[in-house]
Design a protein around this ligand. Structure first.
Ligand SMILES: Nc1nc2c(ncn2[C@@H]2O[C@H](COP(=O)(O)OP(=O)(O)OP(=O)(O)O)[C@@H](O)[C@H]2O)c(=O)[nH]1
Ligand SMILES: [Zn+2]
Length: 367
């Protein structure tokens, strides 16, 4: 893996000049823990590295500290000496959010992200106000926006093109694709933006199909990794804990629980609200406990038969309760993963005196 494939460019090269003359080498951070970082060097070698005390002290706020996606200048160590981060290069884009419970501090979730892909659909998840907030967040980060209107298999052409029009009215620069991850179309749309050197992250509500898409992307990455596996003895395990993942097809994905949390939840209310028209129809069903399946006198089924209600939408409505239950389970799982991640990255570096002392000792090469 060349530096360019990791996103290196002439501006970075120019900014790195003062470090190069000191014999430092460039690296891109792919993971952070409470006390150290992992990074890719030119050639793709993965190393563990620590922050020198001077940079630690120079950081006025936590968000100045190195984060996943950053380019840094490394003093390479050896068997006795750790690899040390001696310099930081300017960030082109910064994806951050407010720290939980701390309104004045920003938490950096990823840097130097070129493209943020928002996954949504034209139905249950469709919400222009939320879309507007995503666009604001992306705009603030400095990245470009791509929107996938996923699950196209569930919606009519009219619904899809109306959604495309409304979304592009919010942000004329955003590139919008109609996709169906289920049919493998989403992957093609994402790949059309992933060139070597491009870093992307994927956000969106729970259940819109992000994991389906990411797994399709990683599918190839994993095959690639298992080849490396035999050679290095490392492999899948290493890949799964990286937060910046180079893809075999070119480009990189930044994916961590913080990024996944960026999603603004589609809650139960929104989900139900998006089926208001169907609910209204159900008032006309002959039986009040109508399951809207084969029940006699079902107004919803009648509307489907007469073409008044889209059949796919009817199917989605029938699955609504299941979907809400799945959403609850996801929310729980998500919350646990994110809490663990927050604990890990909650800047013990900057908060805990013992770690700070250890960090500075490390930096001086003491044990
Ligand atoms: N009909 C249809 N279903 C899809 C499509 N893409 C994903 N799904 C289904 O939607 C459900 C949710 O997909 P996920 O990929 O888990 O959604 P997610 O956005 O990753 O959800 P979280 O992991 O909770 O954030 C799964 O049952 C998928 O099979 C699609 O294009 N069409
Ligand atoms: Zn009914």
């Amino acid at each position: 893996m060349t530096l360019e494939e990791l996103g290196w460019n002439p501006e970075l090269e120019a900014a790195f000049e003062p470090f190069r003359v000191k014999g430092l080498v460039p690296a891109r951070l792919i993971r952070e823990t409470s006390i150290n970082f992992s990074a890719f060097l030119e050639g793709g070698e993965e190393i563990d590295t620590i922050l020198c005390g001077r940079l630690w002290n120079a950081a006025a706020v936590d968000s100045d500290l190195p984060a996943v996606g950053d380019w840094v200048a490394i003093e390479l160590g050896n068997d006795q000496q750790p690899h040390i981060i001696r310099g930081q290069l300017p960030r082109r884009t910064i994806f951050s959010r407010k720290m939980p419970g701390n309104s004045s501090q920003a938490q950096v979730i990823g840097t130097n992200i070129d493209i943020v892909t928002v996954v949504t659909d034209a139905g249950a998840d469709y919400n222009l106000r939320r879309m507007e907030r995503y666009f604001a967040l992306i705009h603030r980060s400095g990245a470009e926006a791509v929107v996938l209107l996923n699950k196209s298999d569930l919606f009519s052409k009219e619904e899809l093109s109306r959604a495309v029009d409304e979304i592009s009215a919010l942000s004329p620069d955003a590139k919008i694709h109609i996709t169906s991850a289920l049919r493998g179309e989403g992957l093609k749309a994402i790949k059309s933006h992933l060139r070597p050197g491009i870093t992307m992250c994927i956000v969106g509500s729970s259940g819109v199909g992000k994991s389906t898409l990411v797994n399709q992307l990683y599918g190839e990455e994993w095959q690639w990794t298992s080849e490396v596996n035999e050679a290095t003895g490392k492999g899948r395990h290493t890949t799964t804990c990286r937060e910046l993942v180079p893809l075999e097809t070119g480009g990189m994905l930044i994916d961590n629980p913080g990024m996944r949390e960026i999603q603004m939840w589609t809650d139960e209310e929104t989900l139900r609200g998006s089926f208001e028209d169907v609910e209204r129809l159900s008032a006309e069903c002959r039986f009040s406990d109508c399951s809207h399946g084969n029940d006699a006198g079902c107004a919803i089924r009648k509307a489907v038969e007469s073409g008044e209600l889209d059949a796919a939408r009817y199917e989605s409505y029938l699955n609504l309760d299941e979907e809400i239950e799945a959403l609850r389970k996801r929310a729980k799982k998500r919350q646990m993963a994110t809490e663990r991640w927050h604990k890990r990255t909650h800047r013990v570096k900057a908060r805990n005196l013992d770690d700070r002392i250890q960090l500075e000792k490390d930096a001086r090469g003491e044990i």
